[in-house]
Design a protein around this ligand. Structure first.
Ligand SMILES: [Zn+2]
Ligand SMILES: [Zn+2]
Length: 209
């Protein structure tokens, strides 16, 4: 599974490599045999152009490649993904994304990085349900933190379906996303927006009383 994941990532990011390996912990179960090679973890990669590149104190090469401080400790490490954008994959292909309120089941369209990018360049990093921009609340650290929700019911998706990043995807904050997925089929963003509005007016009523 990890080898497949590494190959997919290298392809996705257009790396010109002949071998890819993946490990979150710096234990690459095997050796690098073909160059250039990309070693991946969940947030980025390092490329090795030849055997000499492996010859640094941070890396131990025995029967397998081991980087005790993880590849992110290497100088040439390139960070390309925010951890939140690449949820752990489960064997069934179903993906749970960490939400603040609960775990959210997302489908492959919500994880498609190109579609996600196109969606966010159109809407910006603003939740389309509660209109919060997370960096306004948490500061610069949360600048790229947003989920992308897929609006089309899976039952309506045929084989030749291609996602439209603007009409089919919607940026939502992790809280609103969690609420959307409290039901299956998911609530419509408008419904959650309505809940939010109703809840806040009843809050105001209480305060007024
Ligand atoms: Zn929201
Ligand atoms: Zn969703």
């Amino acid at each position: 599974m990890n080898r497949k994941k590494a190959d997919e990532l290298s392809k996705e990011f257009g790396l010109n490599v002949v071998q890819s390996r993946y490990s979150d912990w710096g234990n690459f179960y095997g050796l690098v045999q073909n160059y250039p090679c990309a070693l991946w973890d969940k947030s980025g990669y390092v490329i090795f152009n030849n055997e000499d590149d492996l010859n640094i104190p941070e890396i131990s090469v025995a029967k397998r490649i081991n980087i005790p401080k993880r590849i992110s400790s290497l100088k040439t490490y390139k960070l390309v993904l925010h951890e939140a954008q690449l949820p752990e994959e489960l064997p069934s292909g179903v993906v749970y994304q960490e939400g603040t309120a609960q775990k959210i089941i997302v489908n492959k369209y919500e994880r498609d990085k190109n579609a996600r990018y196109a969606c966010l360049s159109h809407y910006g990093y603003i939740c389309q349900v509660c209109h919060v921009k997370l960096s306004d609340v948490y500061g610069a650290i949360a600048e790229n933190l947003i989920h992308v929700h897929h609006l089309k019911p899976i039952s309506e998706i045929g084989e030749n379906y291609t996602v439209d990043p603007i009409s089919d995807l919607l940026p939502v904050c992790p809280n609103c996303h969690a609420v959307i997925h409290l039901r299956n089929p998911p609530y419509l963003p408008q419904e959650v927006s309505h809940m939010l509005h109703k809840a806040s007016t009843s809050q105001t009523d209480k305060i007024a009383i």
